[in-house]
Design a protein around this ligand. Structure first.
Ligand SMILES: [Zn+2]
Length: 145
């Protein structure tokens, strides 16, 4: 992962294209070769039932998913903490938000029973999860930072 010539597959959340990014450049604001969208700009990306699998499963970087919903108070409280963690982990992990009300297939697939729930994925496979709102420091730690 730290070899300078190592290449990462980084899927684009906007168009679904899988980009190849030199690992050493992952923190240098890479953009999608097809549509020009920022790939790893340190902002959480919203995914849906339509594109979750394509994006989450193809990422060589760890993916951290925040299952949330607009009516959920603790989710709203955690949102800025999640965004802060995403900025701190820029280029090292992909931070994803899934609205569990709008995307029931993804929420059901992961058996989400309470929100917020954070799920960490390695190439689409769940490796860890934690339920309940967390401060940014704990989210960074959970993401592997
Ligand atoms: Zn794109």
């Amino acid at each position: 992962m730290s070899a300078p010539d190592h290449t990462l597959h980084v899927p684009c959340a906007r168009c679904g294209a899988t980009n190849r990014i030199p690992a050493a450049r992952a923190g240098d604001d890479p953009v999608c070769g097809r549509c020009g969208a920022a790939l790893l700009d340190g902002e959480p990306v919203e995914l849906s039932d339509a594109n979750f699998e394509r994006v989450a499963a193809r990422s060589d970087l760890p993916v951290l998913v925040d299952f949330w919903a607009p009516w959920c108070g603790p989710c709203g409280q955690m949102a800025p903490q999640f965004a802060q963690a995403a900025a701190a982990m820029k280029g090292r992990a992909l931070f994803v938000k899934v609205n569990s009300d709008d995307n029931p297939n993804t929420a059901t697939r992961f058996g989400i029973r309470s929100i917020p729930t954070l799920v960490k994925l390695d190439h689409g496979r769940e490796v860890a999860r934690v339920a309940g709102a967390r401060p940014a420091g704990q989210i960074i730690q959970f993401a592997g930072g």
